[in-house]
Design a binder for this molecule. Structure first.
Ligand code: SF4
Length: 252
């Protein structure tokens, strides 16, 4: 459910402004943002229409934990549907302080997006970040990585199953992904999803990795953590089984 428009981070491959009114089948994209009330209503309608639906997720178009609407949605759905599962994708910057609330809402699975663990590499992936309410530009890598790993450890300690998404960005973090695998496994992550970059429109010099490069990186990362190989890089406004899901605005 696309209830989280704002983001506290700027990844080089993500164009916040394209995130809302885009038709592109790109991770995190959505046609538009929904209000909490509209999203709750839609969840109940879709569950009525598709009784096998079991999971309600929030993955964007911005950062779910940077938008109060995310936990509001889960809390309102939980009131009348205790049987549904929740899942959440986050960039991890605000995860530590939200672990308690997630456990209280019965969130059992969280995906944390971690694209580098060495500050120098992280500085090449992140252009700016909002840390402790202050916007930092340049050399934000060390702060972002610390927050992400602290949040991952806290979630794992609290019994939440953690998956890590890592975008493979040629000429930026290719030689770093295996170290990400090793580090997040030690921090408590259970599985890693190395995703090929989907170059954004206007993304100067950013290219998708070759199939061979993706395979090679996944193979070396698999020495440290199991690899998730069925990702269909869903948008943040879809319904149905991943891979055969459809945008909500087509499901109307
Ligand atoms: S954290 Fe997600 S929404 Fe924010 S800039 Fe990165 S990819 Fe885009």
């Amino acid at each position: 459910m696309p209830v989280a428009p704002r983001c506290n981070l700027k990844c080089i491959f993500c164009d916040h402004s394209l995130g809302v009114s885009c038709h592109l089948p790109s991770p995190g994209k959505s046609m538009r943002v929904m209000s909490v009330q509209e999203a709750v209503q839609r969840v109940f309608e879709e569950c009525e229409r598709r009784p096998r639906l079991r999971i309600v997720g929030v993955s964007g178009p911005g950062e779910p934990l940077y938008n109060p609407a995310t936990l509001e949605l889960f809390s309102l759905v939980r009131e009348s549907r205790p049987d549904l599962e929740f899942c959440l994708s986050t960039n991890g910057i605000l995860l530590t302080e939200n672990v308690g609330a997630l456990v209280a809402l019965g969130v059992r699975t969280v995906t944390v997006s971690i694209h580098a663990v060495t500050p120098e590499y992280a500085d090449r992936v992140y252009e700016w970040a909002i840390i402790d309410g202050r916007r930092k530009v340049r050399q934000v890598g060390a702060d972002v990585v610390r927050r992400q790993l602290d949040g991952l450890r806290a979630a794992a300690r609290a019994g939440i199953h953690v998956k890590v998404n890592t975008v493979l960005i040629p000429d930026v973090n290719e030689s770093e992904v295996t170290l990400v695998a090793q580090t997040v496994a030690q921090a408590g992550a259970e599985i890693q999803n190395v995703m090929p970059l989907v170059p954004p429109a206007g993304g100067e010099g950013l290219m998708a990795p070759s199939g061979a490069a993706l395979l090679s990186v996944r193979r070396s990362a698999s020495h440290y953590i199991p690899q998730f190989l069925h990702c269909s890089q869903c948008r943040s406004d879809v319904v149905g089984v991943p891979g055969v899901d459809i945008p909500l605005w087509l499901a109307d």
